[in-house]
Ligand binder design. Structure first.
Ligand SMILES: Nc1ncnc2c1ncn2[C@@H]1O[C@H](COP(=O)(O)OP(=O)(O)OP(=O)(O)O)[C@@H](O)[C@H]1O
Ligand SMILES: [Mg+2]
Length: 552
């Protein structure tokens, strides 16, 4: 597979794996978050509704209590008692001992005149005849006012009840401490930023909210109609979001408004959100890193496999060439050997004949002798080729013995001593001293090394160096023999063919082109490998790797 193909494969694997793992993760995260969010929202709303309901009951109860306290007062005392400022004063002081809710008390007659008054304000002669509340209490008998300023120029609220005695109607009136009422309403705020207050039907504030002025918008939408129970709305006020709960009181036409800042209430939700994002983010990161790592692993594994595959293919081609050659060689050798034997025999006979007197006397004797010499010489050469081909065809199984590779190489080089000297070639030895012995076939290895030396000598021609290095190959842990020459090197075309049988660049008669193909098959049989590097103008280096252990 090409490198591009592998890159494509990598991208496809990565995209598929990421798709299959990220989509469900994100879907799960989003679903869980939205489910949690809606559940949480409704829970918060339900909480606020319950709170509003409870608070409303508390305020209603308070108002009811104040009214009934005032009514009890009115009916447990005679008008004569109540008309006396001293008695009224006594009653107020006694009441204030247990609760400071009532600030003052006053008795008013049918004409709206304050008959008696006890309290901090100077209201003893005030006339309420024309006040709305006065007329309302006369009609309804019980009255709880809105907060208003009245004669005092100060916001306050009053409650009033009527009492009939001796055919006349009297009104007992009390002022409620608005601070106490305010704090009653404000008490039980929801959170740090929550608020609670009352507004009347006209939208006027009846208690002081915790955080100053309120924008009417917040509660205006509740004022339109009557509804029972609490209503919750979500509201945006400037840059903050709030929950607003509204509920109408039973005792008075007032709306209790409860505000809760969502930032406070939704903190757990935001925390969950952050945690969800965190878990999802790290999940996504882990998945991406994992996927990329696995993809890279798969791709590089695949690359290795295709490289090995390519190498295997090459080896397969090489060995099939060898097999074909083997068959051919066996046939050719057999067919050529017999006629060669006949020619050799006949040439011998001709030589014998040349010894005879009358032939020697022939004027053509010299030519006959030259011809016979040539025939013998060429039969010899042909015989050699056939011999090599036969040897190649029926390669003998290697005979393995313990051997020191350095010794084998030295012995082989010794054959070539004269040749090397004659051509002024220097042998450079870099043999590792403590190499392990190996189990291999010495004569076959010699054949290979001899061919490599011969090739190097032939390549150099005259004046050069052959460097022989032995050692243990770091990567494969095999024994390595490197033979390097500084000859002319080979171009790419030659490089591609040197292991082909009968490929030679040498003159006819000087090389058969079998040397390297035979070497290749010998080394493969011994369980090793042979490779080379060559550069035109610089030289050539052959490397043989042999297994240290005996090759089974
Ligand atoms: N060290 C080398 N430097 C340059 N070319 C080389 C070298 N070794 C081999 N060759 C090239 O490879 C060819 C094939 O080599 P190979 O040993 O198979 O056959 P040969 O040497 O030509 O013939 P033979 O080995 O049968 O005498 C050579 O003809 C030569 O062109
Ligand atoms: Mg050769």
């Amino acid at each position: 597979m090409s490198v591009f193909g592998l890159k494509d494969l990598g991208t496809k694997i990565a995209i598929t794996a990421l798709g299959f793992s990220l989509i469900p993760l994100i879907a799960l995260g989003v679903t869980m978050y939205s489910m949690f969010s809606s559940t949480y929202h409704s829970k918060v709303q339900a909480n606020i509704a319950t709170l509003a309901e409870n608070k409303r009951q508390g305020i209603d109860l308070f108002l009811r209590e104040q009214v009934s306290q005032l009514r009890t007062l009115a009916y447990s005392h005679t008008i004569e008692d109540l008309s006396s400022p001293e008695t009224l004063e006594n009653i107020l002081t006694t009441m204030q001992l247990s609760s400071k809710t009532f600030i003052d008390l006053g008795l008013i007659n049918e004409e709206g005149v304050h008959v008696s008054y006890s309290g901090p304000y100077n209201l003893s002669q005030a006339n309420y005849k024309n006040e709305t509340w006065f007329n309302q209490v006369m009609v309804r008998k019980i009255y709880v006012s809105d907060v208003f300023e009245g004669f005092r120029g100060f916001p306050h609220m009053i409650i009033a009840v009527t009492k009939q005695e001796k055919g006349r109607v009297w009104i007992l009136r009390a002022t409620i401490d608005s601070d106490i009422f305010d704090s009653l309403v404000r008490w039980l705020q929801l959170g740090d930023l929550g608020d609670a207050y009352l507004v009347n039907r006209a939208g006027e504030l009846q208690t002081r909210p915790r955080f100053g002025n309120k924008s009417r918008e917040i509660y205006a939408s509740f004022l339109g109609g009557n509804f029972s129970g609490a209503k919750i709305k979500e509201f945006e006020d400037g840059n903050k979001k709030i929950f607003v709960g509204g509920i109408w009181l039973e005792e008075k036409d007032w709306l209790l408004v409860i505000e809760e800042d969502m930032r406070g209430e939704l903190k757990p939700l935001f925390k969950t959100q952050a945690a969800t994002w965190g878990v999802m983010g790290s999940g996504v990161a882990i998945i991406i890193i994992g996927t990329l790592m696995i993809t890279r692993m798969i791709v590089s594994q695949q690359e290795r496999t295709s490289r090995q595959q390519a190498q295997l293919n090459e080896e397969l081609i090489q060995s099939s060439k060898m097999a074909a050659l083997g068959k051919l060689a066996a046939g050719v050798a057999h067919e050529v050997n017999n006629p060669l034997a006949v020619i050799r025999e006949k040439a011998g006979w001709m030589r014998d004949l040349l010894e005879e007197e009358d032939v020697k006397a022939s004027p053509n004797f010299q030519e006959f002798e030259d011809a016979v010499n040539k025939i013998e010489q060429h039969v010899e050469r042909a015989g050699n080729v056939v011999h090599r081909m036969l040897g190649f065809a029926r390669r003998m199984e290697p005979v393995c013995n313990d051997l020191f590779i350095n010794d084998v190489i030295k012995q082989t080089a010794a054959f070539l001593d004269n040749e090397v000297k004659f051509r002024n070639i220097e042998m450079v030895w870099k043999l590792a001293p403590d190499l392990p012995t190996i189990q291999s076939d010495a004569s076959q290895i010699q054949q290979v090394i001899l061919n490599l030396f011969n090739n190097a000598i032939d390549a150099i021609g005259r004046n050069g160096h052959i460097t022989v290095t032995t050692g243990v190959d770091a990567a494969s842990k095999m024994l390595s023999i490197v033979i390097r020459d500084d000859g002319p090197g080979m171009d790419k075309e030659v490089q591609g063919r040197i292991f082909d049988p009968f490929f030679t660049t040498k003159k006819v008669g000087e090389g058969t082109g079998l040397g390297l193909s035979i070497s290749y098959s010998i080394i493969s049989k011994l369980g090793g490998s042979i490779r080379f590097e060559s550069e035109v103008g610089k030289g050539t280096e052959f490397t043989i790797l042999l297994p240290v252990k005996h090759h089974e």
